[in-house]
Design a protein around this ligand. Structure first.
Ligand SMILES: *Cc1c(COP(=O)(O)O)cnc(C)c1O
Length: 391
């Protein structure tokens, strides 16, 4: 049996895969089993921040893995504390809990918020409000936090205590808060799966003020939007606010599993021994990889991310067959006249890998994608989108 037949026989049927078997790559080029090259405009869903098999990243991983690959959280390890210090110094957050995925980073954020509220106000104060159309993960609790009913249907009962409201509708949030049970609000500054749409700046500011006034914690889910993706280190930094808790994952370790939950002033000491834990969390190889990635996301790199972003926007806005372009930094949604799935398939045939988000084509290239490759990929996308009858 070939790889596709084996996958069909032995892998649980949760994924609709594209007909590409990725075997190797370098930077923003991926090679399939037949030796065909693709320009990677998805970076493994925003994970391979500096591309495939990046030399500096690879060296950091090899160097750590040849010393010790795992010790458990019973013992101290250097990469784990180094990464935590780096994250705190660059965000102003105070403490970090490490896990292995975005969903786990959000679970920890939710546990921290509930514990903070219960310690101070009693257990009835446990409600977490999230935005409609959000996506926060696949565990039963982060599904409950995900404000899209179709994700819930097959798995009820989910974790209780979640309500969702529309972005921009502060009055709805006031109504939720009125009975005194609201512990936290969890938002994504840029909805990723929800169509790659940034929140309104005024709404984010008002939300921050509302949360401060009522001692409700503001959690930003930066699983996808974090670690340079939007042209700032974290997406909230585009909005001139400081959250109480930040969760992140995807791009942080450049391709190895990691989740991080950053706790601000209010809740830095909310957890004591035994309140939370993870066997793999803070794994030294993942943390060494993340130290390497984070130390390269400096002002110069972020400026380059914003330049590449401006190039994509200006190339696609008004292009034939393109209705609109949304997003921030290198997290971009393209509304096309033809169905997004057809565009993605046509791009694969022409050697470019893109993603979808709802009815849009989603682009999440590596932060350091080579300008020539980026131009070539955008040219292919434009060609595929073009409404031939009209040009
Ligand atoms: C991908 C994603 C998650 C889930 O992350 P996993 O690592 O798949 O658990 C949660 N929130 C956001 C915003 C994401 O993009």
């Amino acid at each position: 049996m070939n790889i596709k037949e084996l996958d069909g026989k032995y892998i649980a049927g949760t994924y609709k895969r594209s007909p590409v078997a990725a075997v190797a790559g370098k930077g923003s080029v991926i090679t399939d089993e037949n030796g065909k090259h693709y320009i990677d405009m998805g970076s493994g869903i925003g994970v391979t921040s500096f591309g495939i098999a990046d030399d500096v990243w690879q060296q950091a991983v090899i160097s750590q893995i040849s010393r010790i690959q795992h010790a458990s959280n019973l013992y101290y390890t250097q990469p784990c504390v180094e990464l935590a210090q780096m994250l705190c110094e660059r965000t102003g957050m105070k403490k970090v809990f490490f896990s292995n995925s975005g969903a786990e980073a959000n679970e920890c954020a939710i546990k921290a918020a509930r514990k903070y509220a219960a310690d101070k106000y009693g257990p009835q104060r446990h409600v977490i409000a999230t935005l409609r159309n959000s996506f926060h993960g696949r565990t039963l609790t982060t599904l409950a936090a995900t404000g899209q009913d179709h994700y819930h249907e097959l798995f009820t009962p989910l974790t209780e205590g979640f309500v969702s409201f529309d972005a921009g509708d502060l009055a709805a949030l006031e109504a939720i808060q009125a009975d005194g049970t609201l512990a936290a609000v969890m938002i994504k500054c840029v909805q990723g799966e929800g169509g790659v749409i940034p929140l309104e700046a005024d709404f984010v500011k008002a939300l921050r003020a509302f949360c401060t006034e009522h001692d409700v914690l503001l959690i930003t889910d930066e699983v996808q939007s974090g670690n340079g993706r939007t042209g700032r280190l974290y997406a909230y930094m585009n909005f001139d606010i400081v959250p109480d808790i930040v969760s992140t994952a995807k791009g942080l370790a450049g391709g190895l599993p990691i989740g991080a939950t950053l706790l601000g002033n209010k809740c830095e000491n909310v957890f004591s021994f035994g309140d939370h834990g993870s066997t793999f969390g803070g794994n030294p190889v993942s943390c060494a990889a993340a130290v390497s990635i984070l130390s390269r996301i400096d002002d110069a790199l972020l400026a380059k991310v914003r330049e590449k972003s401006a190039f994509i926007f200006s190339s696609l806005e008004g292009a034939s067959g393109v209705e609109s372009v949304s997003g921030m930094g290198l997290m971009i949604g393209v509304k096309t006249k033809k169905p997004a799935a057809e565009i993605v398939q046509a791009c694969i045939e022409k050697g470019v890998l893109c993603l979808t988000a709802k009815d849009k084509v989603r682009l999440l290239p590596a932060l350091n994608i080579d300008d020539k490759l980026l131009k070539d990929a955008i040219d292919v996308l434009k060609e595929v989108c073009a409404d031939q009858g009209r040009v």
